[in-house]
Ligand binder design. Structure first.
Ligand SMILES: C[S@@+](CC[C@H](N)C(=O)[O-])C[C@H]1O[C@@H](n2cnc3c(N)ncnc32)[C@H](O)[C@@H]1O
Ligand code: SF4
Ligand code: SF4
Length: 347
């Protein structure tokens, strides 16, 4: 009767209200996940400096799952949240990615998002089957983007040349193509061109500072870089005032990363699942006791795993670090400032 999107939105709003109750009224540290972050593979065709997944990709501990196993993993993730964010590794390197997207649609996930570096030739297929496709683009010059990804410039040329075509294809299939630009000392002076390109082509842009050793790399850079960074974030804020839909980040998040302020981080608001169905500890720095892995979705449901391994009763405790990546910061900020979260949602 109701669409996949409506059913998912009702569940997400309910989850947000329960989490507000837990966080603000009861003062608990633990909140339930808003989103499943799934890594179908830890293989990747690039070699980005500071990649947050580098260690996992190098240790080779988590094999890709078969299609049958992927169905079990998806069904168990759906019980936790209808939002599915597929990342990796490079998700387009998983041979069953399109089958996973079709299965996720059948199960009722919304939004089904895929984050890709766009290097392979499967981005057009993804644009036909996902709800949201996020392309990592940190520079508009082939040389700049190739240097940041540690690949040959020829392999990124195709993405830059076809961005408008990709955007049209996405719109045709009810998908939204957006760009994620990671800001570091290597590209902060080039990022304005990414903003201009996105505004010109009506492609929504999200920005995030590069996080290294649990804090933004730019916070340790010399003053020139920090001034350039603040000036760029201000331009993004101005762009959002003029065209709110073309900047994905909330105003609150943009102000927070501009100042590189820390926030009341609640890492349990995302559930991250490895290619083999194991559930990652949301933050081994904050939750020291359970180890790197909490359990496996191939063996049991997610909720008992979370209940057994994370303390649902402990009062909120802070953290000295500042991993202001969107996936940690936006949900945590929406719980700390519910009124501005409602304003951002209805806008
Ligand atoms: C780990 S990647 C996986 C998906 C895909 N391989 C890609 O690069 O788009 C997910 C996103 O995180 C970003 N990212 C990677 N390492 C990061 C870090 N240390 N800090 C902030 N963002 C990071 C990437 O640029 C990408 O947009
Ligand atoms: S493309 Fe993505 S997964 Fe691969 S190294 Fe870069 S950030 Fe990491
Ligand atoms: S800021 Fe959040 S994710 Fe980073 S170390 Fe602290 S609790 Fe963990």
């Amino acid at each position: 009767m109701f669409s996949r999107k409506t059913r998912a939105q009702v569940r997400t709003i309910w989850r947000w209200m329960v989490n507000i109750w837990r966080a603000l009224i009861l003062g608990k540290d633990h909140v339930l996940p808003f989103v499943n972050v799934f890594h179908p593979t830890h293989h990747c065709d690039a070699n980005c400096r500071g990649c947050s997944q580098k260690e996992r990709m190098q240790d080779g501990n988590h094999e890709d799952s078969s299609l049958e196993q992927l169905r079990i993993i998806l069904l168990r993730m759906f019980k936790i949240s209808p939002a599915l964010y597929i990342t990796g590794g490079e998700p387009t390197m998983h041979k069953e990615l399109i089958a996973v997207l079709k299965m996720a649609d059948e199960i009722g996930f919304w939004p089904i998002s895929v984050n890709s570096n766009g290097l392979g030739n499967r981005l057009p297929e993804v644009l036909c089957y996902a709800d949201r496709t996020i392309l990592s683009l940190h520079s508009v010059s082939a040389n700049g983007q190739a240097r940041l990804l540690g690949v040959n410039p020829k392999s990124v040329q195709r993405i830059l040349e076809n961005l408008r075509t990709f955007n049209r294809l996405a719109l045709k299939h009810g998908n939204t193509l957006s760009v994620n630009c990671v800001l570091s000392t290597l590209n902060v002076h080039l990022a304005e061109d990414v903003l201009k390109l996105c505004l010109k082509n009506h492609i929504p842009l999200a920005i995030v500072p590069l996080i290294m050793d649990y804090s933004p790399e730019i916070s340790r850079a010399s003053e020139g870089y920090r001034v350039g960074y603040v000036s760029f974030v201000n331009k993004v804020i101005q762009a959002k005032r003029k065209a709110p839909k073309l900047i994905v980040n909330t105003f609150r998040y943009l102000e927070q990363i501009k100042e590189l302020r820390s926030f009341r981080c609640r890492p349990s608001c995302i559930m991250t699942v490895n290619p083999d169905g194991t559930v990652q500890n949301p933050c081994p720095v904050k939750y020291v006791y359970p180890g790197e892995l909490l359990g496996s979705l191939l063996e049991e449901d997610a909720l008992p795993i979370l209940q057994r391994t994370l303390d649902f009763e402990h009062s909120f405790w802070g953290c000295e670090f500042n991993c202001c990546k969107t996936c940690y910061a936006e949900p945590a900020l929406s719980l700390a400032h519910p009124l501005s979260a409602i304003r951002a949602f209805v806008r």
